[in-house]
Ligand binder design. Sequence first.
Ligand code: BEZ
Length: 189
Amino acid sequence: MLLDTTAVNQQRNFFSDHDDLWLFGYGSLIWKADFAYLERQPAYITGWARRFWQASHDHRGTLEAPGRVATLIPAPGAVCHGMAYRITPDVLAPLDVREKNGYLREKVPLTFIDETGRANGQSEGLIYLASEDNPAFLGDAPLDVIARQIANAHGPSGSNREYLVNLAQALRDLGAEDAHIFELEKQLV
Ligand code: BEZ
């Protein structure tokens, strides 16, 4: 493993005085919520763009043949759609372990979306973010190169292809636009 962020995250107690908090999922958490939650609601964050720029050595790839998974990069004016889950704070510890390869807890403003697709309220929320200074950050590459890497990678959590296809489908189900994700999906061979 290149880096273990578990201990750092357990100090990042932005909501320690809260009985519950909103966790915003923009990657696998949209379609794979294998944790207990009190409620969930489609939501978006602004100023961030979803990109397949983070290596996965432990879930959707291996140390020898890393996959690529989603992170967020700062992008003024961008809107990133996902799913917000209201959880109790104890839910975070297993997620810190699952996402230990470079992701850090960050606090962000969330906007909720109602059944008609309209903005309907705001709250502070938590995301897991892999920024460019973590050792597993790969950064940009031509889309066909990223798609080929994804098409060929497999890890203990399954194929990297499945991660991308499930994410694209979950975004369609939400009625969300994401050119990077849909173009990558098209280029999967
Ligand atoms: C998410 O789906 O929001 C997520 C992405 C990367 C790490 C942890 C969670």
